[in-house]
Design a binder for this molecule. Structure first.
Ligand SMILES: [Zn+2]
Ligand SMILES: [Zn+2]
Length: 282
């Protein structure tokens, strides 16, 4: 399992990403659903301070302190620096839980500021926040997970194994290879469509899609499928996971699911929709 997601617009949203032990947002009910898995979380990454994305944080902090599990594992909360709602809520959580047995660290980040998730030998992955367009008075971020990788330099790509081995011996590995960065994951949080440059080249795009039908939207603070799909077709992520879908579309969920799959058929994009009242596993 890679992802465990619950997301129903206005009610609760959380995304557990197992490979990096991350939880993006912490909506209501998250600890109840994750159960013992809450002890596996290393970082909780908040996109913004709306209640449907943060209400479950207190539960996680408290349950990790009291339930059976490794109570000493540290826990970090990463969030947009200067987001007042989140800061006030964190102040409250800390004051309501003065005897935490583990280290609870608040890490405010700025747009474009790298936060390293892993640095083991040549394997490096970092988190990169970017600005999103949601509501006017709410500072909101989307995030990338970026991996630093190595590949053969262009001029050596046509060489066979033996020639490459000889070159490495002769000139050293660094001379033959180059470092590049690859987007492993991009998550929008609540937002209008994120810019094309942000979604371009990402392996997995998790994008909100509150409105599966644009005619239902009154205020431009969430994206609709009509705006998102043309961008996605161009940007061609390998996988697209649509979440934060409004429950008003629940009764015709199957219909929308089929429509969107048909629309992306042949584009090379694998698409999944997160049902607004079911846990999504991938
Ligand atoms: Zn929301
Ligand atoms: Zn929101």
């Amino acid at each position: 399992m890679e992802f465990l997601i619950f997301s129903k617009a206005l009610y609760s949203t959380w995304v557990f990403y197992k490979p990096e032990r991350l939880l993006f947002d912490a909506g209501e009910g998250v600890s109840t659903h994750l159960g013992n898995r809450i002890f596996a979380i290393k970082h909780i990454i908040l996109t913004h301070g709306h209640v449907d994305h943060i209400a479950g944080l207190w539960g996680i902090v408290n349950t990790r302190n009291n339930a059976m599990g490794d109570r000493e594992k540290p826990l970090n909360v990463i969030y947009p620096r200067g987001n007042r709602a989140i800061e006030k809520y964190l102040d409250f959580i800390v004051s309501a839980n003065p005897d935490l047995r583990y280290q609870f660290t608040r890490i405010p980040v700025e747009e474009g500021e790298k936060f390293f998730l892993r640095r083991a030998g040549s394997f490096e992955r970092y988190l990169l926040p970017f600005r999103t367009r949601h509501t006017r008075d709410e500072l909101s971020f989307g995030y990338h997970i970026i991996e630093i990788r190595k590949r053969l330099k262009d001029e050596y790509r046509s060489y066979d194994h033996r020639e490459i081995a000889r070159l490495v011996k002769e000139k050293g590995r660094d001379e033959v290879t180059e470092v590049y960065e690859s987007k492993v994951l991009t998550i929008s949080g609540d937002s209008m469509a994120i810019p094309y440059e942000e979604m371009e080249g990402t392996e997995t795009l998790i994008h909100e899609c509150t409105f599966l039908d644009k005619s239902q939207r009154r205020i431009p603070n969430h994206v609709s499928i009509e705006e998102l799909l043309p961008l996605v077709k161009e940007a061609k992520p390998r996988r697209l996971i649509l979440y934060h879908i409004s429950s008003r579309f629940e009764h015709r969920f199957r219909h929308y699911n089929e429509e969107i799959k048909r629309e992306l058929d042949g584009s090379g994009v694998e698409v999944y929709l997160v049902h607004p009242s079911k846990i999504f596993k991938l």
